[in-house]
Design a protein around this ligand. Structure first.
Ligand SMILES: Cc1ncc(COP(=O)(O)O)c(C=O)c1O
Length: 379
């Protein structure tokens, strides 16, 4: 890994997107598009850092949104193909949605019946989200196919509907999965929805295909998509979020204080797990810190805590060669996807700056947050 001298002088806390890493991911995604003959669009829910869109646009042809606001962002900052899927659309927003979206995916037969005509007469290509009923994701919080899930129509509920006007089906069922799960999804979709595929112009296999992970068998995915396209003659979309920004940069934090407890000493950081890396608590998972080990593996072990008042605002137990002290810097790796999009200003804690480490090596701080940002979310 090249030296990261900039870490000593950058602001803290700060999310740093590393352009070279983003470009490497995008090159791989472009290869999948070229060789599989599919279209890959960016799911904004996972990565909406629009200052990086000029680079992303060199490789991807559009975005998918989960709400009117994401759709507006895609229109304003990205352009190109604009898709939207929402668990339910609002009546008072639907005209704006139709004006900006090229593709709308409805989550239920009733939403299609309520809004389909309006969308079609606005010239939008309409699709339905279906539920392929495969559980490749073990954490229910991230598994769209757990029993009783509200996400997508099952084959039995498609049976009795008038399909006229539906141009696409959308099947999102994965989260940070490897190629075998992508294959399982396409296999299940083909098996369960074969009766409807001949009517379609496009199929969207959603996100969660972690194709930029080193263990993801990209050629397997390419082969399966090609076979699907050749069999059915439809356009295939994928809409990853996480895979685009996977391992593209850290969150840099600093120690503010070390407090003794009746257990481990706790290093209190200038970030918060709940506000700045919520998946650490929600998933939950243990983030990687450069140079740190498991508890007791190295000489000095600490519990790392956030600045908020939440008792459970704890990142985990880590050990270090050198003693931590106020001012020590910690580098939390892979903090670009699903972080910035999910942060809060809970407790009014300082929101990390957002920076881009340019390919030239220059660190560009593209956004800093102030008291005004905190105040303006409230009234
Ligand atoms: C409908 C839909 N599409 C795409 C995605 C993006 O998934 P990922 O970021 O895991 O690739 C999600 C994630 O929840 C989703 O719900």
């Amino acid at each position: 890994m090249p030296t990261r001298d900039w870490i000593t002088n950058c602001p803290s806390p700060v999310y740093v997107l590393e352009e070279t890493k983003l470009r490497a991911n995008l090159k791989l995604v472009k290869r999948v598009q070229a060789e599989a003959g599919c279209i890959i669009i960016l799911a904004l829910k996972g990565f909406a850092m629009w200052s990086a869109f000029p680079l992303v646009k060199e490789y991807l042809s559009g975005c998918t949104a989960s709400s009117l606001y994401e759709l507006k962002l895609s229109h304003e900052k990205f352009g190109g193909e604009s898709h939207i899927y929402s668990a339910a659309f609002r009546k008072d927003e639907f005209d704006d949605v139709c004006e900006l979206a090229g593709h709308i995916v409805f989550n239920s037969v009733s939403q299609w019946q309520q809004f389909g005509m309006r969308a079609r007469s606005a010239g939008v290509s309409c699709g339905l989200r279906v539920n392929p009923g495969i559980s490749e994701v073990t954490t229910d919080l991230y598994n769209p196919c757990y029993s009783g899930s509200r996400l997508g129509v099952s084959p039995k509920h498609l049976m009795d509907m008038d399909f006229n006007g539906i141009e696409g089906l959308h099947a999102h069922a994965l989260c940070e999965n490897l190629a075998d799960s992508s294959i399982a999804l396409i296999d299940a979709f083909e098996k369960k929805f074969a009766a409807w595929i001949p009517e379609l112009k496009w199929v969207n296999f959603g996100g969660g295909h972690l194709m930029t992970h080193k263990d993801y068998d990209v050629d397997k995915l390419i082969g399966r998509i090609k076979a699907f396209r050749e069999r059915w003659g439809v356009k295939v979309y994928l809409e990853p979020g996480g895979a685009i920004a996977w391992r593209t940069g850290p969150l840099i934090a600093s120690v503010l204080d070390i407090v003794p407890t009746d257990g481990l000493p706790v290093a209190i950081l200038d970030i918060s797990a709940t506000a700045h890396m919520p998946d650490v608590l929600e998933m939950p998972y243990r983030p990687t810190i450069t140079g740190a080990g498991e508890a007791s593996e190295k000489t000095h072990t600490y519990r790392l805590g956030g600045t908020s008042c939440l008792a459970g605002d704890v990142i985990g137990d880590y050990s270090f060669e050198k003693e931590l002290m106020p001012g020590s810097r910690l580098v939390f790796e892979d903090m670009i996807h699903y972080t910035m999009v999910k942060t809060t200003m809970f407790n009014g804690v300082r929101h990390p700056d957002i920076a881009i480490l340019r390919e030239s090596g220059e660190l560009d701080v593209v956004r800093s947050f102030t008291y005004e940002d905190f105040k303006n979310r409230l009234s």
